[in-house]
Design a protein around this ligand. Structure first.
Ligand code: GLY
Ligand code: MN
Ligand code: MN
Length: 430
């Protein structure tokens, strides 16, 4: 049971959403919005469905993940109506909603069929959701300008949302501690994943994303997706990128641990963590997020020099010649919310030298971002560098040694406050 304070904040959250939605609807010529929670389609040629989590706007209002075929009606000046899909079904279990105060702010109606509820009037109606469910419905279907405005309502988190994100961090850190212990005990990727799930009390399918758990060179694949059942002969490194969903809200945390006897790798992990904390400290209103990304590259250049991985080039040249990009090929982070890569991060395209950056905005109070610098030894990116004109600046011997450790990423979840920031991940550390 969540604490009373959070439940009280949820009522305030719903009031704010009502006001944000009313504004978005009226400015686009609507007064009524119907949204579908979504459904899990069947896999091609099979009778099994994909695992379902839920449509972002529906989660934003209700936090109810895993609820297919529900509908939510938002009207200007009226209480929201939530149609809960509760079929008579002996194949699957139903799950009643826990009695919580927010249900008094919403009119809940039970429904046996999955189709959209019939509305008495369709003037000024917009309908949003998975288009497969909306075929033939009245009103404007997924109007792009309105969708964009509704995405914008998710950018500045309410106090309730920040409370949920904070708790999702606390839960995930329990998993990260268990994962690190399992690694230090010599366990396999598979066993580490079980330790994480056990500690977070969350099955992997319900997590915000598939946990990335890479030992040794696997840590160098950014979204490594397998779990070896056998532990490696010599465990040299662990990279775990894993989160938890709490009341719909996601944490997204990465930690890297060096195995015993890995002095060079351990020093790089420490160096990257110092850099990561400096980047987190930059988070504040009025800061351009792209500048944090650029600072990450400058900091990496310093680290590459100091560790002896790159020699004979000054820090500026290391960045300008694209060397840091070979070691850190992704963006510094993204918005976080009911989706792990939350919406509305790229009103303008990313700069040419940062094509994968998912957030290109000035930071404002209430935004929640990840800060996740990395330093990887990825053979397909290092090979061209080593065989090109800059190759003699790289320390091949040290690179050969470190390639077996894969890479490093350190990722925290950070709220932009009125005057600076709150690091939800570090704050949740015991
Ligand atoms: N876990 C995916 C990411 O960090 O963006
Ligand atoms: Mn992550
Ligand atoms: Mn992330």
């Amino acid at each position: 049971m969540p604490d009373q304070h959070l439940l009280a904040l949820q009522l305030e959250h719903l009031k704010q959403l009502q006001s944000r939605y009313e504004h978005a609807l009226e400015s686009h010529g609507y007064n009524t919005l119907l949204m579908a929670s979504g459904f899990a389609p069947y896999q091609y040629g099979d009778d099994q469905a994909w695992h379902f989590q839920g449509y972002g706007p529906f989660l934003h209002w209700t936090g109810l993940t895993g609820r297919e075929h529900c509908w939510l009606l938002i009207r200007v000046g009226q209480k929201p109506v939530l149609w809960l899909y509760e079929p008579i079904d002996f194949w699957h279990a139903g799950r009643p909603l826990p009695e919580e105060p927010w249900l008094q702010a919403v009119e809940v109606r039970s429904r046996r069929t999955p189709d959209a509820p019939e509305l008495t009037t369709c003037n000024g109606l917009a309908v949003i959701g998975d288009p497969v469910l909306l075929d033939g419905l009245p009103g404007d279907i997924n109007p792009p300008a309105l969708l964009k405005a509704l995405d914008e309502t998710r950018v500045h988190k309410t106090d309730y949302e920040i409370g949920c994100l904070a708790h999702a961090n606390t839960l995930a850190l329990e998993g990260h501690r268990a994962a690190q212990t399992a690694f230090l005990n010599g366990e396999s990727e598979f066993a580490i994943s079980l330790a994480y799930q056990q500690a977070t009390r969350q099955r992997e399918a319900d997590a915000p994303y598939h946990s990335i758990i890479g030992l040794n060179e696997h840590a160098g694949t950014l979204h490594y997706q397998y779990y070896d059942i056998q532990p490696p002969g010599l465990p040299r490194s662990l990279l775990i990128d894993a989160g938890v969903r709490y009341r719909g809200y996601c944490s997204d945390i990465t930690r890297t641990t060096a195995g015993s006897g890995e002095a060079h790798f351990a020093a790089l992990v420490q160096g990257l963590e110092r850099l990561q904390l400096r980047l987190c400290a930059m988070v504040a209103p009025g800061v351009d997020y792209i500048d944090i990304h650029r600072k990450a590259h400058q900091g990496l250049a310093v680290l590459l020099s100091a560790s002896g991985l790159v020699k004979g080039l000054d820090d500026e040249a290391i960045v300008e010649q694209g060397i840091t990009r070979a070691f850190f090929p992704h963006g510094i982070g993204h918005f976080l919310g009911v989706q792990v890569h939350d919406v509305a991060g790229r009103p303008v395209p990313p700069p040419e030298d940062a094509p994968f950056l998912r957030l290109t905005r000035m930071l404002e109070p209430g935004m929640v971002v990840t800060i996740e610098p990395g330093l990887y030894f990825i053979p397909s990116l290092l090979r061209p560098l080593l065989s090109g004109p800059l190759g003699h600046h790289l320390n091949r011997e040290l690179l050969d040694e470190l390639q077996g450790c894969g890479g490093i990423r350190i990722e925290d979840n950070v709220v932009v406050s009125d005057s600076g920031h709150t690091n939800l991940t570090r704050k949740a550390e015991p």
